[in-house]
Structures are given as structure tokens and as C-alpha cells.
Write a protein that binds this ligand. Structure first.
Ligand SMILES: NC(=O)c1ccc[n+]([C@@H]2O[C@H](COP(=O)([O-])OP(=O)(O)OC[C@H]3O[C@@H](n4cnc5c(N)ncnc54)[C@H](O)[C@@H]3O)[C@@H](O)[C@H]2O)c1
Length: 362
């Protein structure tokens, strides 16, 4: 079978994605690009790739088929549009864009290009979540009506003061309110519910740690899906406490799932009529529901620190190019996972009133 020739843009997060390609049989890592030469040289050695570029434009002139966009978040949309316009397929890191205007630009570029675009939403490939999705698809949850997710990840030491030079994390995550990193949390819930968020409302705690930051220590986004289901998503990059950034919960008519809240907790599920009332079962009693593709992933490939299936994600993208099928997280899905976060900022700035999220499927 043909292999897809990849160039990776951004050699920090991108270096991990480049290494993960070793475990994706339909993908071939051909080139790595970063404007910072020292970062590029180090990452190229760790990923075992000899062809390097310091400019995206030059890499786009080469014979690669696809680009992994792992540049700073505010550049994702522009870099994806440039790659699509150059006839390359695009696998973009989260979030797809950092403004609603860029969401529309990206949609138009993807449609006009005839190339594949996929969001590299690794949280959609978390191993335990893949079991939960298997149970959802097998009908064990019945109709879903509530989901929740937390991104609690103390990062206040990683936000340089805005006067000390440009840093995208400061500009997007410390100086903006609302949930500007929502793809990780909303992505998996969007997969399970299979419908977009139509309205969001966001309230926050205020900022108690960095005097110059505008983001809340903690904010909560309530999402109403198109058919009226409820999602609750919490973001917290500031609080002094242990992290919990892969928490997910799901409630259906027939079952309930909760991820661990801490180290002594476990992934647990209650299935009506099967689990004794008032108790939980370990999710791992249901490992048979893991998709077959997961069973072929060697343990050393699950090295991204998120119990995630990054090689599966890359393989899915490469295969959809070779087989000319729809990417599992296509451009409309990507925008449906991104725009609710952007609109949560609007709601937060208006005192928490519910606001509509644009519909990119029309
Ligand atoms: N999915 C995940 O779990 C996950 C984890 C970490 C980061 N990310 C995402 O990956 C992206 C990159 O994150 P990071 O931590 O590597 O950021 P970073 O700022 O540490 O590194 C970005 C790299 O891109 C390079 N770069 C910037 N502009 C460039 C340009 N025009 N041309 C070529 N190179 C350029 C920089 O030199 C730098 O090496 C972010 O959007 C982040 O949201 C996702």
C-alpha cells in the first residue's frame, strides 16, 4: 500500500508527533520544519529524520503529501490554509483556529482545496475513552443526555509576563477569558454525542494568582447541544492543586461513566440492570469493547503522557488519504470542537449570558 509522505511543522510538540509516526504503518516521516535551528536539529535527531527546513514555504515546495501543523496555536489556521493552498493534506494540532473569522477562512480553504484536513485531537483517542465509545456504540449507555470534562492543569509558572516578549500561551491562555483550549475536553464528548454544540454560557472565578492575567483561575462552560443535551466543561490553568486534565464523565439513560479524579481512583462504570445498585464496576472489565486497531498498538507507542493513541490518530489520517475517505475528525468536526471555546469568551465578557455558536455545516 502507498505510504503518505509527511512534513512536520513545529519541532517541539511536533517532535512527539514525528516520533509517533514510527508506529503508523501508512505514514512516512520525510521532513521536519522549525524556524528555530537549535530546536530543529535536536528534534530531527530524536525523530530520525535528515531532511529539515527553517521555513514552511520552502517545505511546501517539496514533494511531501501532507503537513502536520504543530506551530503555535494562533498560527494554526494561517499555516493550514497555506498548506491546503499548496495542495497538501493537513493534520492540525488543537485548536483549529483562535478566532471565528479564521474558522470560516479555514473551512473555505479546506473545501476549495479538495485535500483532506483533520484535527489532531489526541484526547479523542485516549485508551479508556476508546472503551467508553465502544460501549456507547454497542448501545450500553442508551440515549446520552449529559457529559462533563475537566482541564485542570496548573500552568501559571509557564505564562511569561506579556512585557517580557511574545509567547502564544500568554496571549491566548492568560490574556483571554473563556475556554481557549476546549478541543481536548469537548472533542471526546462531541464524538460520543455525535452532534454540535449550539449554545454556550460561561462564568469564571476571577483571577487570584497573576496580577496582569485576564483569564479566570477557573471557568466553567455550559454547552447545550443541538438536540438539547447538556455538557459541563471546566478549565483551570492557575489553581494550586494536583492536575486532572483528562477527566471525562458521561451519563446515558442506561449507564454512567466517570474517569479517575485522582491517583487512588479508577475508571468506573455503572450499567443499569448489570452493575449492583449503588456500586461501580471497573471500566477495564469491558476491554473487549476496545476497537481492534488499539489491540495492535505496542505499549512503547503509548508514550505521550495522556494514555493516548497518537499513532492510531496518525494512521487513521494517512489511511483516509490513501483510501480517499472522510477523515474521522474533518474540518467541520474540528470547527465544532473549536468554536464553542471561542464563543465562551463572548459569553464570559457579557456576564455569562448564553450565546449561539456558528453552524459550519451549512
Ligand atoms: N494535543 C496535545 O496534547 C498538545 C500538547 C502540547 C501542545 N499542543 C499544541 O501544539 C502546538 C505547539 O505547541 P508547542 O508546545 O510545541 O509550542 P512551542 O511554542 O513550545 O513551540 C512551537 C515551535 O514552533 C516554531 N515556530 C513558530 N513559528 C514558526 C514558523 N512560522 N515556522 C516554523 N516554525 C515556527 C517555534 O520555533 C517552536 O519551536 C500548540 O498549538 C499546542 O496547542 C498540543
Amino acid at each position: 500500500m502507498k505510504r503518505v509522505r509527511f512534513g512536520v511543522l513545529g519541532a517541539r510538540r511536533g517532535a512527539g508527533l514525528a516520533r509517533a509516526m514510527r508506529h503508523a504503518p501508512t505514514a512516512e516521516l520525510v521532513a521536519l520544519c522549525d524556524a528555530h535551528e537549535e530546536t530543529l536539529t535536536k528534534a530531527a535527531a530524536s525523530a530520525g529524520v535528515s531532511r529539515t527546513y527553517t521555513s514552511l514555504e520552502t517545505m511546501l515546495e517539496s514533494d511531501i503529501d501532507a503537513v502536520v501543523v504543530a506551530s503555535p496555536m494562533p498560527l494554526h489556521a494561517a499555516h493550514s490554509v497555506a498548506a491546503l493552498a499548496a495542495g497538501k493534506h493537513v493534520l492540525s494540532e488543537v485548536m483549529a483556529a483562535t478566532s471565528i473569522e479564521d474558522c470560516w477562512r479555514l473551512l473555505e480553504a479546506a473545501r476549495a482545496s479538495g485535500r483532506k484536513y483533520m484535527l489532531s485531537s489526541n484526547y479523542c483517542y485516549l485508551r479508556p475513552w476508546s472503551i467508553v465509545l465502544g460501549l456507547v456504540r454497542a448501545g450500553k449507555f442508551g440515549e446520552l443526555y449529559y457529559g462533563e470534562a475537566d482541564q485542570i492543569q496548573e500552568f501559571k509558572g509557564g505564562f511569561p509576563h506579556p512585557d517580557t516578549g511574545y509567547n502564544w500561551r500568554t496571549s491566548e491562555l492568560a490574556l483571554r477569558r473563556g475556554h481557549q483550549y476546549i478541543c481536548h475536553n469537548l472533542g471526546p464528548l462531541y464524538q460520543a454525542f455525535g452532534e454540535r454544540v449550539a449554545q454556550v454560557a460561561c462564568l469564571g472565578s476571577g483571577q487570584h494568582h497573576l496580577s496582569w492575567a485576564r483569564a479566570d483561575d477557573t471557568c466553567v462552560v455550559l454547552c447545550q447541544t443541538e438536540s438539547g443535551k447538556l455538557l459541563r466543561i471546566r478549565l483551570d490553568f492557575f489553581s494550586s492543586r494536583p492536575n486532572n486534565f483528562t477527566y471525562l464523565g458521561l451519563q446515558g439513560v442506561g449507564a454512567c461513566y466517570e474517569a479517575p479524579r485522582g491517583p487512588k481512583d479508577e475508571h468506573k462504570i455503572y450499567i443499569e440492570g448489570q452493575t449492583p445498585r449503588g456500586t461501580w464496576q471497573s471500566l477495564y472489565e469491558f476491554e473487549d469493547y476496545l476497537p481492534d486497531a488499539w489491540k495492535a498498538v505496542p505499549p512503547e507507542a503509548v508514550d505521550d503522557g495522556y494514555d493516548g493513541g497518537t499513532p492510531l490518530l496518525i494512521e487513521d489520517f494517512a489511511r483516509c488519504i490513501v483510501e480517499d475517505t472522510r477523515p474521522p475528525i474533518d474540518v467541520v468536526d474540528a470547527l465544532n470542537m473549536t468554536a464553542p471555546g471561542l464563543m465562551s469568551e463572548v459569553s464570559r465578557e457579557r456576564g455569562g449570558v448564553p450565546v449561539d455558536v456558528p453552524d459550519f455545516s451549512r
